[in-house]
Write a protein that binds this ligand. Structure first.
Ligand SMILES: NC(=O)c1ccc[n+]([C@@H]2O[C@H](COP(=O)([O-])OP(=O)(O)OC[C@H]3O[C@@H](n4cnc5c(N)ncnc54)[C@H](OP(=O)(O)O)[C@@H]3O)[C@@H](O)[C@H]2O)c1
Length: 239
């Protein structure tokens, strides 16, 4: 099995790639015993190569989808990329930066959050038609607030704005909503060499739904013992 340490960014980008049709890729890290967080944060599960992969997957996407709670808890920074990754995008006719898309029903989001207020590209907030008007107006200063009756319609709306290749970084409630509506095309899961113990939930949460079958695409590892799994819809093109 290849190790991420011996793979260049270019090779890693080719492994994961951009799909040839609208696509939703989810990227999560979990402990070996299935926990989604340590002390309420994913940071304690991650490592150097996992952070590298996270940035690389951001480079590949048009829009980065994140649940409001993850934005709040993980204190997201503005969605920037280094010069090499911006160049990679520009050479392929992509915008220099992907666009942040926050999913929120309540719109209980502080417009001063750095991820919103200091974003290099005006973020989008995807909400429902009955979201509170006052909060909507407050956020409109820093983001485009768009409403859709459900996530399927919401993703269709994002695609009319050129956001075809979506990367979802969580959290579990958002992933559970997306898999309930069968909207996830790919799961990239990093397994951290750690027993986190009881307490934290899984990478998915919410109401039960029928299982969705996946096809294994590839696995690689790294010198610290992390495992990187990539699965897609069985009928899907793989890169
Ligand atoms: N290990 C990992 O890879 C990873 C990744 C991400 C997060 N995490 C961890 O997961 C935890 C946060 O996850 P979470 O499940 O609590 O929150 P989350 O999924 O990040 O966000 C949930 C919020 O997103 C909005 N939302 C989700 N589905 C929606 C839908 N169908 N329609 C409208 N809004 C929707 C709602 O926002 P409103 O409340 O504003 O209505 C909901 O409360 C944190 O501990 C974080 O560290 C781990």
């Amino acid at each position: 099995m290849r190790s991420a340490a011996e793979v260049s960014d270019g090779e890693l980008a080719a492994w994961y790639g951009r799909a040839d049709r609208p696509w939703l890729r989810a990227n999560f890290v979990a402990s070996a015993d299935g926990a989604v967080a340590v002390g309420g944060m994913s940071t304690g599960l991650s490592g150097a190569q996992d952070r590298r992969l996270l940035k690389l997957l951001r480079m590949l996407c048009d829009g980065l989808l994140v649940g409001a709670n993850t934005l709040r808890v993980e204190q997201y920074r503005p969605l920037t990329l280094d010069a090499d990754r911006r160049r990679w995008r520009e050479e392929r006719g992509l915008a220099a930066y992907p666009r942040l898309v926050v999913v929120s029903g309540s719109l209980d989001l502080d417009p001063d959050l750095p991820a919103l207020a200091q974003a290099p590209v005006r973020p989008l907030v995807l909400t429902s038609p009955d979201a509170p008007t006052a909060r909507r107006d407050r956020l409109a200063g820093v983001a485009d607030v768009v409403a859709a009756p459900d996530l399927r319609a919401g993703l269709a709306l994002l695609r009319t704005r050129g956001l075809d290749q979506l990367l979802c970084e969580g959290g579990p409630s958002l992933l559970g909503s997306l898999t309930a509506d069968d909207l996830v095309d790919e799961l990239c899961l990093t397994v951290s060499p750690l027993l986190a113990g009881a307490g934290a939930g899984r990478i998915t949460a919410g109401a039960p739904h029928p299982p969705r079958t996946l096809a294994h695409v590839h696995t690689h590892t790294d010198p610290e013992g992390f495992l990187y799994l990539r699965h897609t819809r069985p009928e899907a093109p793989t890169s």
